[in-house]
Design a protein around this ligand. Structure first.
Ligand code: G3P
Ligand code: MG
Length: 248
């Protein structure tokens, strides 16, 4: 089965669901994003020890669950028993680390779109993509685009699924400068580049757009509606939002 994307970048993408309102990368966070009115959410995906794709941002379990250690050292069953809401509410919850499969079901049921950020543990990059693509094929849902800071993950994704959309994320133009980033996007057919708000300028936007590469903006803190308006006026296509309430 060949995967085809039917994804269109929206103006707003919920960041890890709505990470300022609910525990990030959980069913609760994604459901809340859809209830508020977002059409698309971003999630961070990596595999467990038994190769099940699941949602978690960090390499380790420590920050967002009551577990400890590398995600890739635990089975999905073990991880799924942890409390993924305690860190947010400061009290015991039944909130779990979800599988990608359960999230695909939710997104499909709501007819929404998804940005899967590939966040593999080190040395698991290729296996991560293989397992994620298997889940997408099983779900038969292609309203998805991929992204990663990890260049080898982006390249591998396009090799295995050339018709799916992939965006490169670059957190530091001192490491890979703007012209090198544009060359990478053109060489591997990455349709967008994700840029930290701190690094953004109109001049950068002009350079990417001259090469037909769309720009998405993320930030370490919530982007206000005034900032967002200015970014959209400066030709940014999409903004990752932690708390979208003032937008609706
Ligand atoms: O893709 C935007 C954003 O998710 C990238 O940063 O660290 O929140 O995954 P991070
Ligand atoms: Mg992310």
């Amino acid at each position: 089965m060949r995967l085809n994307s039917n994804f269109k970048l929206p103006k707003l993408i919920g960041h890890r669901g709505v990470k300022d309102l609910k525990p990030e990368n959980t069913i609760e966070s994604i459901s809340a994003a859809f209830d508020i009115g977002l059409e698309c959410v971003e999630i961070d995906v990596k595999i467990s020890k038994d190769y099940i794709p699941l949602l978690i941002h960090d390499d380790t379990l420590d920050r967002t669950t009551n577990g400890s250690g590398l995600v890739c050292d635990f089975s999905f069953r073990e991880i799924n028993q942890l409390d993924a809401g305690y860190y947010f509410y400061k009290s015991k919850t039944d909130i779990k680390v979800p599988s990608l499969r359960s999230v695909l079901d939710l997104v499909k049921k709501n007819k929404k779109s998804l940005n899967i950020e590939l966040k593999p543990n080190e040395n698991f990059e290729a296996l991560n993509i293989k397992k994620v693509l298997e889940e997408i094929k099983k779900a038969s849902y292609e309203n998805i685009y991929f992204s990663s800071f990890n260049l080898s993950s982006c390249i591998d994704l396009k090799v295995n699924a050339p018709d799916l959309l992939c965006g490169f994320l670059n957190d530091d133009f001192n490491q890979i400068n703007i012209s090198e980033t544009i060359d990478i996007c053109k060489k591997y057919n990455f349709f967008s580049c994700g840029i930290n708000l701190n690094s953004f300028s109109r001049s950068i936007a002009d350079q990417f757009l001259a090469n037909d590469i769309k720009i998405t903006i993320y930030s370490d803190k919530n982007i206000s509606i005034n900032e967002a308006q200015s970014l959209w006026n400066n030709k940014v296509t999409s903004i990752f939002i932690d708390n979208p309430k003032e937008y609706f």
